[in-house]
Ligand binder design. Sequence first.
Ligand SMILES: [Zn+2]
Ligand SMILES: [Zn+2]
Ligand SMILES: [Zn+2]
Ligand SMILES: [Zn+2]
Ligand SMILES: [Zn+2]
Length: 343
Amino acid sequence: MGYDLERFVGYVNEGLLCCVCRDVLERPLQAPCEHAYCSACISSWLLHHHSCPEDRLPLDVGSLKPLYRYMRNDLNRLQIRCVNAGQGCEVICSLESLHTHEDECEFAFISCSNTGCPVQVERRGLEAHLSECNFRSRECPNGCGHTLLSVDQSQHNCVAELRAEVEMLRAEMLCKVEEVRREMESRLDSQRRHMVQKESQLKSEVEELKGQLSRVMCDMRALLGAERLRRQELAEAELEKRELLELLRDLQPTRNQPPADQASSDQHQGDLQSWELHAELSRHQQREAAALHASSLSLHSAQASHLSGPPPSPQLGEAARKGGTRSLTLDCIKRKSREVTVI
Ligand SMILES: [Zn+2]
Ligand SMILES: [Zn+2]
Ligand SMILES: [Zn+2]
Ligand SMILES: [Zn+2]
Ligand SMILES: [Zn+2]
């Protein structure tokens, strides 16, 4: 819809009037037939017609164009009274600057800025209204901390308000406490389950270690027994060695005084016997040393590995066999020494 012609001061060219509403053009558009209309007027006209309202020539929305520049300039220069002239505004301005003025016109009606207030006042009277508006809010004068609307102030009861607030906070807190309690319980439950599982695992590990320990103790006992046996054998061997050495010493003077006719052959045989005896003795000593070494080695290896199997019975058997061999050797040597004595 256009601007009311009555509001204009001075002559208005007829070409600046809308062909639909006959008022001065507002947001003008122009048809190919050069007739001009307000944008709103021609849009609603073309909803039901397909022609120019002035000369009935065919027309559609797509063929509408902006107004010629010289006509726009003429339109913008027209002098018009403020829309609030009825309320007392005496401003007359160009059509171009009309909106700028109306946006800040002191006589324009505006809504109160307090939320919920339905009052419409002139812009110039807003301040006076705000000071007495029923929807203005302020702190409770009794100091309860609530913000009150003027309209509610007479019914405001500080104690009741505070009690309601405390009740609400209490309910909120109870709710939170319950929530935390439930969370803690679930966490404790899971930890308890974990502990029980861990405990049973540790118990089974302890049982296994006990088993290993008893096996190791058994091995140790067997090895200590073997060690004792070896030491005993060693002592016996020492004894035999001493006996043999004594025997050797006894042989020496006998060999040094042979009869004169058999001197050379006896000398030769005596040397042979003595050499055999020495060789036997040194072999015997080597075997003893080897046996002792093997014994200490097996003891060490058993101590190093606590998970060793059953005691090494083959070694014990070997020791017994060696003992047998040794006594055989001793018998042989004794026999030879007797032969030498006879000779
Ligand atoms: Zn119009
Ligand atoms: Zn036309
Ligand atoms: Zn005004
Ligand atoms: Zn108000
Ligand atoms: Zn209060």
